[in-house]
Design a protein around this ligand. Sequence first.
Ligand code: TYM
Length: 333
Amino acid sequence: MARVFSGVQPTGDMHLGGYLGAFRHWAADQHEHDSFFCVVDLHALTVEQDPAELRERILSTARVLLALGLDPDVCTLFLQSHVQEHTGLAWLMECVAGFGELRRMTQFKDKSAGQESVSAGLFTYPALMAADILLYDTDRVPVGDDQRQHLELCRDLAQRFNHRYGETFVVPEASIPRVGARIMDLQEPTRKMSKSVESPQGTVLVLDEPAVIERKVKRAVTDTGTDVRYDPVHKPGVSNLLEILGAATGRSPSEVADSYTGAGYGQLKSDVAEAVVELLAPVRERYAELSADPAGVAAILAKGAAKASDVAAATFARAKEAVGLVPPQGGRR
Ligand code: TYM
């Protein structure tokens, strides 16, 4: 059975982009593959966080993942900071990664642009991400399009390590959905929907109430003209709505567009709102139940961490040995 690993940062509210680009595929993957999903809390520390807020966001991210269908009896769900091998292997990855290739990461360029001070952690972020993936002998990494470059780097690092020190890591493949891999902001459809950009009206949150989702979709920026056509360059607003409806209903955006011949933007918006509400309403309900059971969620995360640690410890021991470190006497890792 193929091994799947993916992660999400607990740095903001979870939104429709992440849901359509990644999380809903995780919920499907868990039934077909041996799946590990991780709230990457250490990654969140690469930019300044308020400790109390971070603590709450980590737990609320875990609750959303459970609410949207991750089943702890089927997959392994855990917090990154509960498995110490992530930081250990990240160091080995930093020593294999080049300064130049880290500097070329577009996410680093975007996040550091215009900042007065940038943490070293933000710079080495992709090495930690590579460690996350490689620790689990991962075959497939289901992610949205914005993680493509990080995945390429992860593959390069795995191959370089294997070449230098002998076969140690499985070289993973990115699994990026054909539809919904890059959902755009509803108010600024040339920019991706994102938790780090302040655009409350342009971002549909997974936990938004149905009336709020409806309002945001109905106020989405559309383009000049009236015809519904899939053309991301000339009609980014309408194309984004078609992409959302396609992803929500299992069709390609062009197929969706064909069903609107002669119809206007109004009909499209109503249908998008309805489809998104239908998709997310059950998640909200289940989230409320989980919020009432913090001990239950903590137990799920503890069980996940124990299972993840077993796999991670074996891989990390193998990697340390490969580079020439001396294992402790008595077999302690
Ligand atoms: P993060 O937390 O930003 O996003 C989580 C997942 O959601 C996808 N996504 C989107 N997909 C479509 N349209 C959008 N507008 C959109 N916004 C977000 C992301 O592609 C991602 O799959 N670096 C990662 C976290 C990470 C990770 C890992 C992922 C750390 N280690 C190991 C996979 C494997 C990140 O910041 O994702």
